[in-house]
Design a protein around this ligand. Structure first.
Ligand SMILES: CCCCCCCC(=O)SCCNC(=O)CCNC(=O)[C@H](O)C(C)(C)COP(=O)(O)OP(=O)(O)OC[C@H]1O[C@@H](n2cnc3c(N)ncnc32)[C@H](O)[C@@H]1OP(=O)(O)O
Length: 196
């Protein structure tokens, strides 16, 4: 089941943004990216090539879940991503639920890092195939209020061989507040090299 579609826990802002991007997707310039609890179960062959040592994958595929997708509706990460192929960028609309609290009333830095890593990772995946995060630097400029809606804008800045350099920022819906900005390096996996 695609978990990046509207559900009753989404606020008005979240639905408004989703509808705006679905409208932008009508001419094909943007594409809604579906998101599942456990997408890899259907691509076990790919996984075996790149992650032969991933024991859990072989023994307990039914238990493995994409981390941000394993919270009950509305309590954790509510998000949807859209990709613009021509501009090589991905936008993620994100509503962080009450189970992601760090400081009272604000999102935990690790929860923010998760959505940054996921959005950059999706952008890198589309641009470079099977990649992993090698380096992630985040500047937390303003705390993000719990249950608020934010927009993560991520793009590929440079590709050098297997290295993809990406950056992103997190802004409020009205774009007036810059919450966080990040730079990262993702490396495209070499099937000839063991990861472990
Ligand atoms: C669908 C949703 C997407 C979600 C995406 C989520 C992505 C993740 O969270 S992945 C989990 C976190 N990341 C990891 O666990 C990765 C752990 N690290 C690794 O496995 C390896 O270091 C890996 C795969 C990144 C690179 O290893 P390997 O393929 O052997 O490449 P390696 O030869 O070491 O490095 C390749 C190049 O990158 C450079 N590089 C690697 N790591 C770094 C780094 N941290 N900083 C700077 N440069 C680096 C190397 O210097 C080398 O550069 P050059 O080619 O110029 O000499």
């Amino acid at each position: 089941m695609d978990l990046s579609l509207p559900n009753p826990s989404w606020s008005k802002d979240m639905r408004l943004l989703f509808d705006q991007f679905m409208k932008k997707s009508e001419d094909g310039s943007w594409k809604h990216l579906p998101s599942y609890k456990n997408k890899f179960s259907r691509r076990i062959e790919d996984i075996k090539v790149f992650f032969p040592d991933a024991k859990l994958i072989k023994e307990k595929i039914s238990q493995a879940q994409l981390f941000p997708r394993n919270f009950e509706e509305g309590l954790g990460f509510e998000y949807a991503m859209f990709h613009n192929h021509a501009e090589d960028r991905t936008v993620c609309i994100f509503q962080g639920g009450p189970y992601l609290q760090g400081a009272p009333g604000f999102l935990h830095g690790g929860a923010i890092a998760t959505m940054i890593d996921s959005t950059l990772g999706m952008t890198a995946l589309i641009a470079g195939g099977i990649v992993m995060t090698a380096n992630l630097n985040i500047n937390f400029k303003r705390p993000i209020p719990l249950c608020s809606v934010v927009v993560i804008n991520s793009q590929v800045d440079k590709v050098e061989g297997r290295k993809l350099f990406l950056s992103c920022n997190i802004r409020s819906v009205d774009e007036q507040t810059l919450y966080s900005e990040a730079t990262s390096l993702f490396v495209k996996l070499d099937p000839e090299k063991s990861l472990t």
